[in-house]
Design a protein around this ligand. Structure first.
Ligand SMILES: [Cu+2]
Length: 377
């Protein structure tokens, strides 16, 4: 055997063994590290000082929490629809996609389950079978004199045409899905702007009075006490109406974040200096969990997203519990009354102008008459 080939083979085996060993050693250690970091922030005074130095967002959180004691009845854990499954709960569900609650998500999941997965499985098994067949049938012992066959037109046509057909079959739903994801929202869609901050989310409602809800991760003990999933539960959820098109805009206030909710088939980068926009229509009322999906710094893993989708009437109720929050109907009514007041004001101003003009004309006429009289005299 040539030395180079031998060394490469040994080296590959070594690398594989090393990776396997590392994987085993690192996994529990890193999980422990995360716990340590978490308790660090809670017990370590230096970490607390650092948190206090940020200051601004702590006070905002307090303020928002106060406004939320307005008596609005938020959904409890029984309404959670979109969340990851642990492997000890259901090993299969932990490895595949979450159930989907948007039309695009259902379509994408169908494409994966009914089209891609079967095709991949068949191709993999077919190639594996071919390999085994070649290994068995064309081994050196059974073929002391190697065959010198080359070129077979029929086989070459088949192995060109069949993959082309497979790719075309995949391309049709794939491009359809892409086009559906780029559909722009209708003009009357409700706009909600998700702002990514280091390291929490702010949800702005420009169509409902412009208030912003600041959303921080709930402390682990509080989440567990409330029966909510730790590290996904938040203090203030992003409340949205269900069944109506939403114009979700994302923006990064400091670095690039990404607004991602797996069960809604939604992911959009939040980039500083630009606004990204995508339509979202949620089909069922419930709670949907997501996370920041772009590495954005030290606490990137601790800025979860929680969406609470409510029927439109309940959404409107919630909007009015927020500081300066107004429903669309209220905003339209206000705009209409303002316009009416303006019209009335301009009408009275016009009337005054007209009266002034009349007075002036009269005065002029009198003056003219006077001069005429004087001339005559
Ligand atoms: Cu982030």
């Amino acid at each position: 055997m040539i030395f180079g080939a031998f060394a490469r083979k040994k080296f590959n085996t070594l690398v594989l063994a090393a990776i396997a060993a590392l994987g085993l050693a690192v996994q529990p250690a890193s999980a422990q590290d995360f716990r340590d970091n978490l308790s660090d922030v809670e017990t370590n005074p230096a970490a607390q000082d650092a948190a206090a130095a940020v200051g601004e967002d702590t006070s905002l959180t307090a303020e928002e929490t106060v406004t939320d004691t307005s008596g609005f009845d938020y959904y409890g854990p029984e309404m959670i629809l979109g969340e990851p499954t642990a492997s000890d709960e259901d090993i299969w569900a932990s490895m595949t996609f979450q159930p989907q609650y948007t039309d695009n998500g259902e379509y994408a999941l169908w494409m994966h389950d009914a089209l891609l997965l079967p095709i991949i499985t068949v191709i993999s098994l077919f190639v594996l079978g071919l390999l085994l067949w070649v290994i068995a049938k064309y081994r050196r012992k059974a073929n002391p004199v190697p065959s010198k066959t080359s070129h077979n037109t029929l086989i070459e046509v088949i192995w060109t045409v069949v993959p082309v057909i497979i790719l075309v079959v995949i391309a049709v739903p794939s491009i359809t899905l892409l086009a559906r994801q780029y559909q722009s929202p209708p003009e009357d869609a409700i706009t909600i702007k998700a702002n990514g901050y280091q390291w929490y989310w702010g949800y702005e409602y420009p169509d409902n009075g412009g208030f912003e809800v600041i959303s921080n991760m709930m402390p682990e003990e509080d989440a567990i006490a409330a029966g909510l999933p730790p590290q996904l539960a938040v203090d203030n959820r992003m409340v949205v109406p269900v069944g109506v098109p939403l114009r979700i805009q994302t923006f990064g206030a400091d670095v690039i974040h990404a607004f991602g909710i797996p069960s809604l088939w939604f992911k959009l980068d939040a980039v500083p200096g630009r606004i990204n926009e995508k339509m979202l229509t949620i089909n069922e009322p419930g709670i949907y969990y997501g996370q920041c999906m772009e590495l954005c710094g030290a606490r990137h893993g601790y800025m979860p997203i929680a969406i609470e989708a409510r029927p439109l009437a309940e959404f409107n109720e919630w909007v009015q519990t927020q500081p300066g929050g107004m429903t669309r109907a209220q905003i339209e009514a206000q705009a209409a009354s303002e316009a009416a007041a303006e019209d009335a004001a301009s009408a009275s101003a016009e009337a005054e102008d007209a009266a002034d003009a009349e007075d002036e004309a009269e005065g002029e006429a009198e003056a003219e008459a006077d001069t005429a009289e004087a001339d005559a005299a």
